[in-house]
Design a protein around this ligand. Structure first.
Ligand SMILES: N[C@@H](CCC(=O)N[C@@H](CS)C(=O)NCC(=O)O)C(=O)O
Length: 310
């Protein structure tokens, strides 16, 4: 089996979600540090336009979005299962956390009183470039916009509820961590890491104790590699995923159709390719790129849409 390559950057919360899962499972992997803002020249040949962080690569199979990355890791490395049997509806809570609660966390983390501590904001030109890039990322979307006066009470409300829940168990859904813990952890990590915002967590000792337990899983055994090396690995590999018709009639798309896939929340960059698979959980398309040849690009169903290629 080819090794996992995680395309990410240290400050990225969704990357922290995946790093923590890799740590919990005790996995070794390669990491490519990608730029925080566009352009991302060593990522685009792999994804075909998807620009969010993180992206996981295994040979010539490319996984876009932390939801499908988490599932793929758990499938390939089932030890310390984070999708407990009999608790499948937990994924709805994980999705709410990765979308709505994350949006609250963004407003809290980027509030003016805390921005000075953000390592990304230590020179004015970098701030300007970051703001321009994120304006482009959220063009046509309201999904990342929430006033702090609305977001902060929501954020604290969920900390309080989580604190109360954690009084009865070591992790959010029992004695072992599940996908919900990792989704909640990265949103909290994002805010807690800023010294100006840490006091928000003070009343919630169960949450801070749980965050310490989550942090203690570490990030696994990481080897840093270059983007060019990752491209070469893709070029020298063939996608493992093959075309497969679904067992259910879900939509009108069939393997072989030329389609575009894009997020429904923000970062509306469509990825075009030939449909390999469109199940209830996953959409996979095959595309050919001058630099890497054939790749299979995977997306979760939830949070993405397919349309016929224009
Ligand atoms: N639904 C996506 C959200 C990913 C996301 O929004 N990531 C942020 C960084 S944590 C991002 O892409 N920011 C813009 C960028 O890195 O270019 C996931 O679960 O992976």
């Amino acid at each position: 089996m080819s090794e996992i390559i995680l395309h990410q950057y240290p400050e990225s919360p969704f990357s922290e979600k995946i790093r923590a899962i890799l740590g919990y499972k005790g996995l070794s992997y390669q990491s490519v540090t990608i730029p925080v803002i566009m352009p991302k020249p060593d990522l685009m040949p792999l994804t075909g336009g998807y620009r969010k962080t993180p992206v996981m690569q295994i040979g010539a199979d490319i996984y876009c979005d932390s939801a499908i990355i988490a599932r793929a890791i758990n499938h390939l490395h089932p030890q310390r299962n984070i999708f407990p049997a009999g608790q499948q509806a937990l994924e709805a809570l994980a999705h709410w956390t990765d979308t709505f609660f994350f949006k609250c966390a963004v407003a809290v983390a980027f509030q003016p009183a805390a921005a000075g501590n953000n390592p990304l904001f230590n020179d004015p030109a970098a701030v300007q470039a970051f703001m321009a890039d994120r304006a482009e990322l959220s063009k046509g979307s309201q999904e990342l916009a929430m006033d702090l006066s609305i977001a902060q009470p929501y954020f604290i409300q969920h900390l309080k509820r989580t604190d109360q829940q954690l009084a009865g168990s070591a992790f959010m859904a029992g004695s072992e961590p599940s996908i919900v813990d990792f989704s909640t952890y990265h949103c909290c990590w994002f805010v807690y890491g800023n010294p100006a915002l840490k006091p928000l967590f003070e009343p919630f000792r169960q949450v801070t104790g749980w965050m310490e337990r989550m942090a203690a899983f570490g990030h696994g055994e990481v080897t840093e590699t270059e983007g060019s090396a990752a491209l070469e690995i893709a070029r020298n590999s063939a996608p493992v995923t093959v075309a497969k018709a679904g067992t259910m009639d879900i939509d009108s798309f069939r393997p072989g159709d030329l389609v575009e896939v894009q997020p429904i929340d923000y970062g509306f960059n469509p990825v075009r390719g030939e449909l390999l698979l469109a199940s209830l959980e996953e959409i996979v398309i095959r595309r050919t790129d001058d630099q890497v040849g054939d790749v299979a690009v995977h997306f979760p169903r939830l949070g993405f849409r397919i349309s016929a290629a224009s």
